[in-house]
Design a protein around this ligand. Structure first.
Ligand code: AMP
Length: 559
């Protein structure tokens, strides 16, 4: 029997038209050097319409890719909705990856147009020559004209965003878009090898935003004021922008002002009620509030994710900042949010904190299982440890134009995370199978570092392991065996890496060994190396230098 229901495509355009029609007065606040600027959903909708008209004028008439190289701002939000709604594909480019990866992702996505923040043109400008598909560079921000003047004539045309918008029509005939077509393309550096593209469909964006809005997701409603500190260039800012627009919640966007002082002021001024960011952001906030005070009382819940969120941090957020903090887990491949650790028991229940240490329970529409090395499913008893695999309509089933059969298992995505699932569905991650390091929320590839380090003539063997760091969660450490009779200092090795890696990806800590220990199958035994480090076997970490000033803050220190 056929249903009698009407049909409608679940598209980003539908999120936009609903936001404008039903929540026209909801606000979008963006931090500036001198306070906040504000626009309504109606204004954002009008500007997104003009953006679509302007992009059409520049030749976008299908699923061409539009790159964005932008902070969390109103203009980025305009592209988030306007580009997919016109049938084109929004490619959010991570501003923190190395120049080599930057060139790779733009060329691989074949971006035709890139929207770039005026303050970020100094990063993108020097590599634009290697991005041959880019025909137009649109510079966003008050200093767009100055930034453009600094660009030498090249194979593309440069435009000011505001100029394009004011010259564009204020109406646009939004096309019928198929919900299964690509809406947004995000590259992840979370696997070995080149970054891999995950193409979200309109439908997956829509379903993910709905799941995020639910009470066991991010619990976002129309009265909320949502502050995604997590960048809009990393996994769709966890889906928060689309979710907020879907339900009429105000959005509070920090632009580049993400130091703890600036974020505390932003919360005080915007009265944000919900926020999300990597643990480093929140541990910096705790330190700031502890020393200088700050009123974060408007926040009813903040979500930490991207790396494990220690119970100690959750307690410190409560005790020092008066803020309820929960953990979320996800991957670029899962849209990204898939687990949230809402505890089923009150705080005085003996299991409460043990559950908050876990990554959480599945959001609606995602399934998970754990499997052993042979691919056999393990029991959900909270003890058996295996690789976590997930599937669902907002989990990717492949990567864009790259074969990666080893990442999938009979319709399930292999997450590369190891952990348990307990009887009440809480997933806990205990280790990572993928040979990657996550520092301040961004990836560093051990394998890439190792092959670059052995490229130094004095080096015979090199392994790179993740070591715990109080601020960045993890930092890379180089474990090096030198060629007999050769010498090389940590500084020399760092200098050797400087041209190939962003500065924050280069190891601070190094240790020199006669031989790097190996497993029975001849691979570097990183588990053992991590244990040796934990046991202090490498002595006082040769060179661990991470001061506040000289921090590897990904947004500042780039190659
Ligand atoms: P990305 O695709 O860059 O967002 O990275 C996804 C990966 O980050 C996951 O596969 C995990 O390894 C890690 N991750 C994300 N959230 C958490 C969390 N709450 N706890 C532990 N690891 C996490």
């Amino acid at each position: 029997m056929k249903s009698t229901m009407q049909d409608a495509q679940l598209t980003v355009g539908r999120i936009l038209t609903h936001a404008v029609a039903v929540h026209p007065t909801s606000e979008v606040l963006t931090a500036t050097e001198n306070g906040l600027r504000s626009a309504t959903f109606a204004e954002v909708g009008e500007r997104a319409t003009r953006l679509a008209a302007a992009l059409r004028g520049l030749g976008i008439d299908g699923d061409q890719r539009i790159g964005t190289f932008l902070w969390n701002t109103q203009e980025h939000l305009e592209a988030y909705v306007g580009v997919p709604a016109m049938g084109a594909v929004l490619h959010t480019i991570n501003i923190r990856i190395s120049n080599e990866q930057l060139v790779y992702v733009v060329n691989h996505a074949e971006d035709k147009i890139v929207l770039v923040q005026d303050t970020l043109l100094d990063i993108l400008g020097p590599v634009l020559d290697q991005m041959k598909t880019v025909e137009h560079v649109v510079v966003v921000g008050p200093d767009a004209a100055v930034a453009i003047a600094g660009l030498a004539p090249r194979h593309f045309q440069a435009h000011e965003y505001e100029g394009l918008l004011s010259a564009a029509a204020s109406t646009f005939e939004w096309p019928e878009v198929n919900e299964r077509d690509a809406a947004v393309l995000c590259y992840t550096s979370g696997t070995t090898g080149d970054p891999k593209g995950v193409a979200y469909s309109h439908r997956s964006v829509y379903l993910h935003a709905m799941a995020c809005s639910m009470a066991d997701g991010f619990d976002i409603g129309g009265n909320d004021r949502v502050l995604p500190v997590v960048p809009m260039f990393h996994a769709n800012a966890w889906g928060m922008p689309y979710t907020a627009m879907m339900v009429g919640a105000a959005l509070v966007l920090p632009d580049r002002f993400m130091q703890s002082d600036q974020l505390v002021r932003l919360v005080e001024r915007s009265h944000a009620t919900i926020a999300g960011g990597v643990p480093t952001i929140w541990s910096d906030m705790v330190a700031r509030v502890r020393t200088h005070g700050g009123d974060l009382s408007s926040l009813r819940v903040v979500f930490g994710g991207g790396s494990a969120v220690a119970v100690g941090l959750q307690r410190a957020m409560r005790d020092v900042c008066g803020v309820y903090m929960l953990q979320a887990w996800g991957m670029t491949e899962t849209s990204p949010t898939a687990l949230v650790s809402w505890p089923p028991y009150p705080e005085d229940h003996p299991a409460h904190w043990a559950l908050r240490a876990k990554q959480g329970r599945l959001m609606n529409l995602v399934e998970a299982r754990i499997v052993d090395d042979a691919g056999v499913e393990l029991s959900r008893d909270g003890r058996a440890i295996g690789e976590i695999e997930v599937r669902g309509p907002y989990v990717t089933g492949s990567y864009y134009r790259v074969e990666a059969p080893d990442r999938f298992d009979d319709g399930w995505l292999r997450t590369g995370d190891l952990g348990t699932i307990d009887e009440i569905g809480f997933v806990s991650i205990s280790d990572r199978a993928k040979d990657m390091i996550k520092s301040g929320g961004e990836w560093i590839s051990s394998v890439d570092l190792e092959s670059a380090i052995v490229g130094h003539p004095a080096v015979r063997e090199a392994a790179v392991i993740a070591i715990p760091d109080p601020r960045w969660e993890e930092r890379p450490m180089g474990v090096v065996a030198l060629v007999d009779g050769a010498t090389a200092s940590p500084d020399e090795l760092r200098g050797h890496l400087a041209t190939q890696f962003a500065k924050w990806q280069v190891p601070d800590a190094w240790t020199f060994v006669d031989q790097v220990p190996r497993t029975s199958v001849g691979k570097y035994d990183k588990k053992r190396l991590r244990q040796m480090h934990a046991d202090g076997a490498f002595g006082p970490d040769s060179d661990v230098v991470i001061s506040a000033e000289e921090s590897p803050a990904p947004d500042r220190d780039r190659a």
